[in-house]
Ligand binder design. Structure first.
Ligand SMILES: Cc1ncc(COP(=O)(O)O)c(C=O)c1O
Length: 374
């Protein structure tokens, strides 16, 4: 069997006619940027998240960067975040001129260890930037408490967590502003680059709307130093075709995760932990095994695609060496980076494919296959 980490064709095939029709309408109208699809998507996605404003931007990295800039966070300011994330989280802080300060992750969830955040707050801290990695929301109540106590902003990196919930509230409504990515393999993905800021702060929304379009409200009149980060109409049209399916796709991802966990029960692999009070949308299903690289190679031999999210924590990346962190500073993050392995995960994954992947993992450990009980 050949089972890739992600199979986007399987999602495209049933939607093909609708998507092509919508794209054709955009091209017939030749209104290619910030037109009716972007505007409608901004409203629809903000409503989906339970927030007032959506601002379509070029990608998730820009969404984070523009939030930070629009909050007036820059040189001399610190933003508390994690090193177990895609580089863009940290890049956005640095691009704004601010300094990232890392806390370690929780060994169960691999998300921000919220117990460490209070100790990381200094007189320079301006914001906390939790990353809802793999599709699971960070434990936000303690983050909200610390933010309130110290007058800090909360910026959610929700780039992997479209539709995830914490205590019944969706990501995008758990802080002051949230960044979403529509990179093609995300739970809601475009067919090119795309991103969105979601917020209920009217002033912040207004500033980000200006920043994404060269700092202007009116063409050729520039009140802020902005940039060019506009979501385009073709991508917005694709995303509008897909958004109505997102909840069903997320439900399928959760079902697949339950099936994996049942089939891998009591195996040598450490399985993902789903926290109480959250709806995890399983952008990724990441297991932990000390023999990660050998397992990965064996799975590849058996036709199973896997991923490592992420192999080198940001504090140990060459580009960020200037921050002064060293190996051993974030021990939980560092050991996760050595052991984490993402198994195939997408809504269209079939039961027999999940069973095949699970059997291949068990076989690697010399363990007998289980039959599905979930
Ligand atoms: C956690 C996280 N943050 C930020 C980003 C950046 O998003 P984009 O690739 O759309 O710039 C991504 C996605 O790639 C991500 O996974």
């Amino acid at each position: 069997m050949n089972i890739p980490l992600v199979d986007l064709r399987k999602q495209y095939d049933p939607l093909k006619e609708d998507i092509l029709q919508r794209m054709s309408t955009v091209l017939d109208g030749m209104h290619l940027f910030l037109g009716e699809n972007v505007q409608a998507l901004e409203g629809e996605f903000a409503a989906f998240c339970g927030a007032s404003h959506g601002i379509g931007v070029g990608d998730g990295t820009d969404a984070l960067h523009l939030i930070i800039r629009a909050m007036g966070i820059g040189p001399g300011d610190e933003v508390i975040t994690v090193a177990n994330t895609f580089v863009a989280t940290v890049e956005a802080i640095v691009l704004a001129g601010a300094t990232p300060v890392f806390v370690d992750i929780d060994p169960q969830t691999h998300l921000m260890d919220v117990q460490q955040v209070a100790d990381a707050v200094t007189a320079r801290t301006r914001a906390i930037l939790p990353v809802h990695l793999y599709g699971q929301p960070v434990d936000m109540a303690p983050v909200q408490e610390i933010a309130q106590a110290h007058g800090l902003k909360i910026i959610e990196d929700a780039c992997q967590a479209h539709g995830a919930e914490y205590r019944g509230q969706r990501t995008g409504s758990l802080g002051d502003a949230a960044a979403f990515s529509f990179y093609y393999s995300k739970n809601l993905g475009a067919y090119g680059e795309g991103g969105m800021v979601v917020t209920s702060d009217d002033d912040l929304a207004e500033r980000i709307r200006m920043l994404r379009d060269h700092g202007s409200k009116e063409r050729y009149y520039h009140d802020l130093v902005g940039c060019n980060s506009r979501l385009d109409e073709l991508q917005a049209a694709v995303l509008r075709a897909k958004l109505p399916h997102l909840s069903a796709w997320n439900a399928l991802r959760s079902e697949h995760a339950r099936a994996y966990s049942a089939l891998l029960a009591e195996s040598s692999a450490v399985l993902p932990t789903e926290m109480p009070d959250v709806r995890h949308v399983y952008h990724l299903y990441a297991i932990r095994v000390p023999q990660r690289d050998a397992l990965r190679a064996r799975l590849q031999e058996r036709g199973v695609g896997t991923g490592i999210h992420y192999p080198v924590p940001i504090h140990l990346q060459r580009a960020y060496a200037y921050l002064g962190y060293q190996g051993g500073d974030l021990p939980v993050t560092e050991s996760a980076a050595r052991e984490i392995l993402s198994l195939p995960m997408y809504p269209e994954l079939a039961d027999d494919e999940i069973a095949y992947v699970a059997d291949a993992v068990r076989e690697f450990f010399g363990e007998k296959a289980l039959t599905r009980t979930a």
